[in-house]
Write a protein that binds this ligand. Sequence first.
Ligand SMILES: C[S@@+](CC[C@H](N)C(=O)[O-])C[C@H]1O[C@@H](n2cnc3c(N)ncnc32)[C@H](O)[C@@H]1O
Length: 196
Amino acid sequence: MLHNIPEPVIKRMKYLEKFDAEDRVDGTPRMQRLRQIPPETGKFLSILAAGAPKGEFIEIGTSAGYSTMWIALACIDRGIKIKTFEILEEKIKLAKETFRESKMAKYVELVEGDARDYLNKEKNISFCFLDAEKEVYDDCYDLVIPNMVKGGILVADNAINHYDVLKPMIDKALSDERVDALIVPIGKGELLCRKI
Ligand SMILES: C[S@@+](CC[C@H](N)C(=O)[O-])C[C@H]1O[C@@H](n2cnc3c(N)ncnc32)[C@H](O)[C@@H]1O
């Protein structure tokens, strides 16, 4: 999977990595920035998703679709789609461009709107990546965990760089008897939960 990433995917990843790096130094307002995961977190997500049990893949917080492409690499062999939720119009436009340019559109369903309005309809979730505004993590966690299959994986980004604001949700996950959980010090810190 990581040894044969399709060329259009590599090309779009490189384009978005440059875009994201420029965003961080050129004064682009926070809500307009892509705020992507770094590549090592992307590889971590691909590998976890490839090993997830049978079920549905979802992502909360698409931005321009960079992390979606990493997860979608694990969808190729399975012949499934990842469903990814994004609320901002400008990001939706960029994400559509990403899925078209990378030729990954057949492995992605982009849902436009607030993920919290849809999550209670998602069943049999086997992989979830949570990377939205920090204020919605707690609601999303509560909506996703009951609908995960046994062995399903939830990864939440920013568990180290935004630890203070996420602490209530992180503490809840670490003591939640429905999951085994820990923080993995990769990228910005990933809260990793496995449904028991
Ligand atoms: C940190 S960025 C995601 C970066 C992306 N995962 C990546 O690594 O390429 C967070 C994104 O979540 C979106 N977002 C925030 N709250 C949301 C919600 N309630 N539902 C859907 N999307 C949301 C934001 O508009 C923003 O584009």
